[in-house]
Each structure stands twice: as C-alpha cells, then as structure tokens.
Design a protein. Structure first.
Lengths: 321, 314
C-alpha cells in the first residue's frame, strides 16, 4: 500500500456546508435579532438627528452623505461613535460559543466523524460570522443612504458612495478582529459564558483602560524634563504609536480619514510640513486610502494572527470531552 | 490482508503523556461481524475507537480500516465509516430532518439524493413520524435511533458505536439491539463498545475484553466461557439425598466444578450438556431428583471470574 506523507483531499471540503448552516443559525437566533434591532434603532435615531441638523446648517456641503454618518446632534453621538461600540459586541456575540457550544451540545464528535477536516469547521464558522456581520452592516448602510436621499433630497456623488463603501468594508474588518478574538476564547474556554466575559474584558480594556495606560506609559518613558517642544513631540508620538496597538484606535482613525476628506494626516504635523497646503481642501479618495492603508492592513493582520492562534489551539484539542 | 478484513491493527498504542491508554493492541474484525469491545470504564475502548476513525493519532503501531490508513486518509475512512459517539448530541433547535441535512451536506450529497436517503434512513429506525419535530423534544431512545439514521445517510460499510445502549430503558435498549441485528442483516459490519454485558452477549458474534489498555481475551462468548470458566455449561440440580451426593456429582466425567448454593441445590460447571449423566448420578447415589436445569454461561460470569482471577494474580 502506498503511504503518502500528505493528507488526502482539500482542507476546505465541506466548508460551504458549515458556512451556510452557521449563517442560518445566526440569522434566526434571538441573540442576533436583539443586536440587529439595537443597531437599527441607533442608525435611524442618529441619522434622523444628523439629517435634520444638516438641513438647517450646511446645505452647501459637498459631502452631505458622509456627514450623515459623522454628525452628532446633542445629546446623541454620531452614528460612527455608536458603531465603534456595537460592532465589537455583535462580533463577540457571533463567535463566543462557536467551538465550546459544539462540545457542550455533544455535537463535536459527530461533526468531526464526517468526512471534513477541522480546518473547514473553524474557518467555516469564522466566515459565517463575517458574512453575517457584513450582511447586517450592509443592510444598515443601505438604509442610511436611503434615509439620506429622502431626508436631504440630494443624490450622493460617486466619490461619496465610494468613501462610504470603504467605511463599510473597514467596519466589517474591524468586526473581524473581535470575531477572531471571540473564536479563540471559544476554543480556550469550555464555558461559553467565560468566553463571552473574556472577550468583553479585552474589549473594555482597549475601550476604557488602554488610553489611560498609554498616557501613563508615555509620561514615564518620554518625560518632559525642561519643557522643550521636542520633548512634548517625542511624548506625543510615543503615545500615538502605543495607542495604535489598539484595534479601536486603528478603526476610529481609519474611518475618520475615510469619512472626512479634509483630514490630511493622522499623525503630528509640524508647521513646516504645511507649507503650501490649502487648509480644509478635501483629499482625493486614493490619497485618503493611502493614508489609512497601514491601519487597514493592521486590522487584517491582527485578525489573521488571532485566527492562526485559534487554528493551532483547535487542531491540538482532544475530542473527548 | 484478506479481502474480508474490515479492521486490522498491529501493535496499536496510544500514550497520553505518561498514561498508556491503549497498549499494543492487535485487533481483527471481519466483514459482516458484530464485534463487541468490553471492559470497565477507562480501559481504552473509546481511545481505540478514536484511533480507528483518525480522530486521534496513534503513538505507535498500525491500523487499517477498510484497507485505509485513518491517519493519512481520514476523509476516505470517515465517508465509509459511521460513528455513534458515547455522548451523542444534535442541534436541539433544529428538526430531525434539518440535523440530517447538515450531515448529508458535510458528506457532499446533492439535495435530492440527500432527501431520499434521509427519509429512508429515518424510516429504517422508525422515526418517520417525527421528521419535522425539533430534536429537543426527543427521548434518549429516539436520539439514539436518530444517531443511527445519521450514520446510515452515508451508506457506511462499517458502523462504530460507543456505549450505544447506555442510559436507555429496557424496552428502548431491546429496540436498539433489534436495529443492530438488522444492520448486520444488511451486510454492515458493526463494532460496538459496552459494559452492559447481557446486551453485548445478545448481539455480538465475537467479543474482546479490554483491561488497562490491553485486549486480554478475544473470541465468541462460548470460547471465552470455556477458557475462563473452564466449562461452557452450568447445570443446576435440585435434589434431596445423602451427603455423598455432592461427591457423586463431582465424579461424573466432564464435570469441572460443583458448588452447593443451597441445602438441596447443586451447581455443576461442565464441559458439555451433562444433564442425563447428572440425573443418573443422583439416582444411583440414592437421591431424589427434584429438578434439573441447564443455563448457558453468561458474559457476566466470564467477566466477573476473569477479574477475580486477575485480582488473585496481581
């Protein structure tokens, strides 16, 4: 008998069966309905407020559609502000019981006794989460564009649509980070509640505490001793670099540049560097993209790293409970 | 390898760190057999099953299932072998049909083909009435039968069941044993593990006794009984008579052992059915024969006796 060293067949055998089953589960689950309703209410509320605000004040704006996402009307924050909160929650809700749930229902042994590899199961679950997230966000995006058309009566320009689509893509990939994180915890912890709490703890850490820690670290590592501008600059640059380790910072900077064409830089700009620039003039789309490209690749890289970690852990896991 | 060998392992060994779960196992199961793996919990039955399916890699030794290597060709093995795990779970929110559709799709079946196979599999295990009911409402026995339907979808040549009748009420267990017999009649080889001995005895053609990761005994129940009990038959003689009766019975040719559980009760372990000889011995010794019964040795006796002997030696 020939004994080959490689595994037979494709690791993706059965991938789509897993994806469709998981998506069907997600889209019918009570958990998703609640989160969808929450996102929908947020979208309608903030965009309605923004639209009424925009009608009164900046009717000559070139980028009205984008303003719908970013305009805050007291006491409501802007839609993007809400989204930075909601997307991680939705992503975590989609994945925190992905693997341990199969163990707890005793379906894992039966599932892996089917002619598929573990690769297909794990990647299928991740993809299903990502597609579900994309589906939900696209629905809301379309709703907002529609509301903008009705509320403002101005059709959006091509560049506006392109920018808001990029915003959509960035948001989905931002969700991918939290999806991969929750997936890792669903492999590590046998109890879904523990996995959910761990994911939310990481999210809280980056949302609330990371900013404080960054400030303290920057003050400690780059202290301002005699008050030179270069000292302040060094401290500020370190703080910025550290804060960009958080996916939240990467996401908020990226959508800021994407939704506000007037943003020309996401770092520190010295007066010398502004020589000859017309302040407030919008950047073309490709320049804005070039500005956020490191952020985008950063988000994707974190997702891939987390998924790879989960993959390694899952491959080594014993099936017997 | 002979053409009719379904499972063959040589020196199969599995270590979990320093713990030896399966030690140098040589197992052969032939086509159309129902083979029972017996043994106390933790004897290595489940680990053996997982290695047969390629769900755990062996530390040493070789194993062939249907002529394939489960570690290198897991997809081919798993598409031909059905597995009923000890803890059998389904998605409770989905119906029986939806649960099986998922299995069918994972096996790469087309929708119309899957539909046909699911309905016939459910009919085969008597669940055609509850096709559209959520599995959450099913009893333990129904779930177990759904598990069989689930493996039948891939039209397996071999079905491996881990403790299939555990936790079933007597009637459900009897039904389930009937299903196993029908699978055998359909030409499917069955390997099952259990510690419920009378059920194993009822369906298995051959059994293997596991103890501490080793297969210590293998054969038909009669063979094991002859080897472990020394005699394959047990005759109960109820007789009144002189004290020499026990001695008289002991002298009958072919009697291995005589015990006296009651005043008028004698139990004979014999190599053959010695009822006429025993009756004659009672009468010749001047006793009054009240009743004479023969019972086949049960696997329980084999099991108990084996571990008694092991206890004495070890």
């Amino acid at each position: 008998m020939a004994r080959s060293k490689v595994r037979e067949g494709s690791p993706w055998t059965g991938l789509w069966a897993v994806v469709f089953k998981e998506m069907a589960d997600h889209l019918t689950s009570a958990r998703m309905l609640i989160l969808q309703a929450l996102t929908l209410i947020t979208a309608v509320g903030t965009v309605y407020a923004a639209a009424s605000n925009l009608r009164d004040t900046v009717a000559q704006d070139r980028f009205l559609l984008l303003r719908l996402f970013t305009t805050a009307q007291q006491p409501l924050p802007a839609f993007v502000g809400f989204l930075a909160f909601l997307v991680p929650l939705i992503a975590i809700a989609l994945a925190f019981d992905a693997v341990n749930g199969e163990f707890n229902q005793h379906t894992m042994a039966r599932l892996l006794a089917q002619p598929i590899y573990r690769d297909a199961l794990l990647f299928g679950k991740f993809l299903a989460g990502l597609f579900t997230l994309a589906l939900v966000l696209t629905t809301i995006w379309l709703l907002i564009v529609g509301m903008g058309l009705v509320g403002l009566g101005v059709p959006p320009g091509g560049e506006e649509v392109a920018r808001s689509l990029w915003f959509l893509v960035l948001t989905v990939f931002y969700g991918g980070v939290w999806l991969a994180l929750a997936l890792v915890f669903s492999i590590t912890f046998r109890q879904p509640a523990t996995a959910a709490l761990a994911s939310i703890a990481v999210w809280l850490f980056f949302t609330v505490f990371w900013g404080i820690i960054v400030d303290l670290l920057a003050q400690f590592l780059r202290p301002v001793r005699i008050g030179l501008p270069s000292e302040y600059l060094a401290q500020g640059q370190l703080a910025l670099m550290l804060s960009r380790l958080s996916p939240n910072t990467l996401y908020s900077e990226a959508i800021l540049a994407m939704l506000n064409p007037a943003v020309r830089s996401l770092g520190f700009v010295l007066p010398i560097q502004l020589d000859g620039a017309i302040l407030g003039a919008p950047l073309p789309l490709d320049q804005s993209l070039a500005l956020i490209w490191p952020h985008f690749t950063g988000l994707v890289a974190v997702t891939i790293l987390l998924f790879a970690l989960g993959y390694t852990l899952f491959q080594r896991q014993e099936i017997r409970a | 390898m002979a053409a009719d060998v379904v499972i063959e392992s040589h020196g199969l060994t599995k270590h979990y760190n320093s713990f030896v779960a399966v030690d140098n196992l040589n197992l052969t199961v032939r086509h159309g057999e129902v083979f029972g793996l017996l043994g106390p919990n933790g004897a290595g039955k489940t680990t053996t099953i997982l290695m047969l399916l390629g769900l755990t890699e062996p530390t040493a030794g070789s194993v062939r299932v249907l002529g394939l290597d489960p570690a290198r060709q897991p997809l081919s093995v798993k598409s031909r072998v059905g597995y009923l795990p000890e803890l059998l779970g389904f998605y409770n929110g989905l119906t029986a049909y939806e649960n099986l559709i998922y299995t069918a799709k994972l096996n790469g079946l087309r929708r119309d083909e899957a539909h046909e196979r699911i309905l016939s599999a459910l009919a085969q295990v008597g669940l055609e009435e509850v096709v559209e009911k959520p599995v959450g409402t099913f009893s333990r026995g129904m779930r177990q039968r759904l598990g069989v339907a689930d493996v039948l979808i891939k039209k397996p040549q071999l079905i491996i069941m881990d403790e299939p009748t555990q936790g079933l009420d007597p009637e459900a267990a009897r039904d389930f044993l009937g299903i196993i017999r029908r699978l055998k009649a359909d030409g499917i080889t069955v390997l099952l593990s259990s510690h419920l001995l009378h059920q194993v005895q009822a369906v298995c053609d051959r059994v293997g006794l596991f103890y501490r990761g080793r297969m210590v005994l293998e054969g038909t129940v009669e063979e094991l009984a002859r080897r472990v009990l020394g005699g394959a038959y047990r005759i109960q003689v109820e007789a009144e008579g002189p004290a020499s009766l026990e001695e008289a019975l002991r002298r009958v040719r072919g009697v291995v052992n005589v015990t006296r559980p009651g005043e008028t009760l004698y139990e004979l372990e014999t190599e053959y059915d010695l009822r006429p000889e025993a009756a004659r011995a009672v009468v010749e010794a001047g006793g009054k024969l009240l009743s004479l019964k023969v019972e086949q040795p049960s696997l329980d006796d084999v099991y108990t006796r084996y571990f008694e002997q092991e206890g004495k030696h070890g």
